[in-house]
Design a protein around this ligand. Structure first.
Ligand code: HEM
Length: 230
């Protein structure tokens, strides 16, 4: 039992480090956006519409995207929850506001201008709607103190946020390998969120009873405490 637990912890740690590493390289690339350099990969060909409404969605997205990943990592960490419960509540509220008010609307707006065309636009638009729905459900279930459900919704939400990481890892690997078949773009833009979500749902089903340990941690010992958690 012990070795499997250790392997799981090592895997979680490596995944967390990968997310932070990709997030850091995304932010380091911002030197190309302040001021916007239209010769760089992402901004190439966008000058015609950039200075209209697009720029506002873009700036908001540049801020809210990396923030959501860092907050998400902290919020799903059970040790953080156990040791800093008030911070979990505060950062959870911050995350919900960041995702619902900034990340989702900006991602949705930008999806209409997706570089890879209509198929990518539809994928990003659905992704933004699902990201908004999952965090709204996460918030609702926490307020209702349905903590096992809360954990499931927030894991779905974090999985969707991680699509930004998976997408960059896949395209980065394809660039290094100089591999660019015609099916790559649609496969990655849809697969980056559908695949992990399917894996997560299968894991939920296989583990019929979701972690009640997490729920125990969240449920206040004082029975008279207000039911509003977030
Ligand atoms: C999960 C919800 C998200 C949606 C729906 C979404 C949507 C989009 C869309 C549509 C674009 C433009 C793509 C194109 O024109 O081809 C974009 C770009 C971008 N997104 Fe997101 N995004 C999400 C999450 C994130 C996260 C979590 C990050 C954090 C790293 C992020 C960081 C960025 C950045 C920095 C860009 C600009 C391009 C670049 O420098 O890589 N996004 N996003």
């Amino acid at each position: 039992m012990q070795p499997r637990w250790n392997q799981w912890r090592i895997l979680s740690l490596l995944t967390g480090l990968l997310i932070l590493k990709v997030n850091a390289s995304v932010v380091l690339n911002y030197r190309n956006y302040f001021p916007p350099n239209f010769q760089t990969d992402f901004l190439l060909g966008r000058e015609a519409y950039f200075f209209g409404s697009y720029q506002w969605a873009f700036w908001v997205h540049l801020f809210s995207g990396p923030v959501s990943l860092v907050l998400g990592l902290l919020l799903i960490n059970e040790k953080f929850l156990k040791n800093y419960r008030p911070w979990h509540r505060f950062l959870g509220r911050l995350q919900a506001i960041n995702v619902l008010a900034l990340l989702v609307p900006s991602g949705f707006w930008m999806s209409f201008y997706a570089a890879s065309g209509t198929q990518a636009a539809v994928s990003f638009a659905i992704l933004s709607l699902l990201t908004g729905t999952t965090i709204a459900m996460g918030w609702r279930t926490a307020v209702q103190r349905r903590f096992a459900d809360h954990r499931r919704w927030m894991l779905r939400n974090f999985t969707l946020l991680c699509s930004a990481v998976i997408l960059r890892v896949c395209f980065g690997a394809a660039t290094v390998l100089e591999y660019d078949p015609i099916w790559l773009d649609p496969t990655v833009t849809w697969g980056c969120w559908i695949m992990p979500l399917v894996i997560l749902e299968v894991a939920f089903r296989r583990r019929k009873q979701p972690s009640s340990k997490f729920a125990d941690l969240l449920i206040p010992t004082n029975r008279h405490q207000s039911p509003t958690l977030l």
